[in-house]
Design a protein around this ligand. Structure first.
Ligand code: PMT
Length: 404
């Protein structure tokens, strides 16, 4: 069920004895790496408590449509837009009837009207209610209205809670989770843990001054989002930048190269792919002053010492992940990049020409030459977002060929 990693699943629960199985469904979604939010109808809350689902999903449970407090937090339109998929399990006969009429008389039905996400519905009811021509007509109406956007899972036939035997039992949570997963394509990096470094580092001179560089973090953040969209679990170790925290990505803010090294080393053992796009300061001040250095002499001298090479340290580790480095060069791009590929023991190096203002540092566009031991590829100027997608595709391809 790797397809569910990083997905946003909105689970609607209506009133029926099968509601107790929804707790297990939430657990399965969470185990697959999805972010889960739950909407309950009034009827559902008679069968299972919101607290149980809140504890399992890690998110507050939504149930009120006309509640100013709830609307201020995440209202029905936000919930509808948030969802990558809306799963309704169990879907009672009453809920199917209200959906088929296009009603919006509670939060769940209103969100159903408002969302453009695919719907996955698992009906559950007494066998006679299921067979009733009105229920079947409601179901047909829903299927006609939603077409391929609606997936029906079950119901199963068998012994029912009321003692009847026949169709109407909700299918098991595993089957609903699998049907939900099947709605998504498998990502190129599904199931992998990707760690990226991005942005500049700041090396303190005194409490108010530092040495740094022009990196904006745009390239690294775009790569983190592309890795997430390819299904990876992503951690972004970022120097100080003016970019919003990306969605569904674990952000670890750092300042100096030493902080970045510590955060990177802490991921080894659970990191499958390490992408070093940060512009790490090569040197730091030997002893940063405790207080602001006062202006007195005409010249001052700073003593600098070399920072550890983060990507080389990661690549030399016994628990070495697939390691990708970047090279920012103003001349001899290919030669310097190839040297770094070998010296830092990298699997891939992405070379950037930073001598031009429209690509490289702090621009929205970039171009790159990518080298690996027995191949190379050139990417002409495009947006950093587009380039990030292409690079993630290339990295995934190289990981696959290495694993063959
Ligand atoms: O952030 P943007 O404004 O979007 O710009 C993107 C970028 C141009 C900064 C980016 O695409 C890029 O090229 N990053 C690497 C910059 C760099 O520091 O290159 P380098 O040639 O000095 O370092 C080579 C590699 O070693 C890099 O992967 C770097 O992260 C790593 N390194 C360097 C020094 C060090 N002490 N530790 C490291 O891990």
């Amino acid at each position: 069920m790797q397809q569910l990693c990083n997905r946003r699943i909105l689970l609607g629960i209506s009133g029926g004895i099968a509601a107790y199985k929804s707790a297990e469904l939430v657990r399965l979604f969470k185990r697959a790496g999805a972010d889960v939010r739950v909407i309950m109808t009034q009827g559902a809350m008679e069968f299972i408590t919101p607290l149980t689902l809140q504890a399992l999903s890690g998110n507050p449970v939504h149930h009120a449509l006309l509640d100013s407090e709830a609307e201020a937090g995440m209202g029905h339109i936000e919930l509808a837009k948030w969802a990558d998929v809306l799963v309704i399990a169990p879907a009672s006969a009453n809920l199917l009837a209200r959906l088929a009429q296009g009603m919006g008389n509670d939060l769940l039905t209103t969100v159903c009207l408002a969302t453009e996400a695919p719907l996955c519905i698992a009906p559950a009811m007494n066998q006679a209610m299921w067979r009733d021509p009105m229920t079947q007509a409601n179901l047909k109406r829903l299927q006609d209205a939603h077409g391929k956007n609606l997936t029906l899972v079950g119901p199963n036939a068998g012994e029912q809670a009321c003692g009847d035997v026949g169709p109407g039992r909700m299918v098991e949570p595993e089957q609903i989770a699998q049907a939900t997963a099947n709605l998504f394509e498998t990502g190129l990096l599904a199931g992998l843990h990707v760690v990226l470094t991005a942005g500049p580092t700041r090396e303190a001179i005194d409490p108010v001054r530092y040495i740094s560089n022009h990196s904006s973090g745009k390239m690294g953040y775009a790569l983190a989002e592309a890795a997430r969209d390819a299904g990876a679990k992503v951690m972004l170790i970022s120097g100080p930048v003016n970019l919003p925290a990306p969605d569904r990505i674990e952000l670890v803010p750092v300042n100096s190269a030493l902080d970045m090294l510590a955060a990177s080393m802490a991921t080894l053992g659970k990191c499958d792919v390490f992408i070093a796009s940060a512009a790490v300061a090569d040197y730091r001040v030997v002893q940063a002053a405790d207080h602001k250095i006062k202006k007195s002499d005409d010249d001052i001298h700073l003593s600098l010492t070399k920072n550890p090479d983060i990507v080389a340290t990661v690549a030399a580790h016994t628990e070495r992940p697939f390691t990708v480095g970047f090279a920012a060069e103003t001349q001899n791009l290919e030669q310097y990049a190839r040297n770094k590929l070998v010296q830092k023991n990298l699997d891939i190096i992405v070379a950037n020409d930073v001598s031009k203002s429209h690509i490289g540092f702090n621009s929205d566009d970039n171009a790159a030459k990518v080298f690996w031991v027995d191949g190379q590829r050139q990417f002409d100027v495009m947006s950093k977002r587009q380039l990030a997608k292409q690079l993630i595709k290339l990295i995934a391809g190289q990981i696959n060929s290495k694993n063959k």
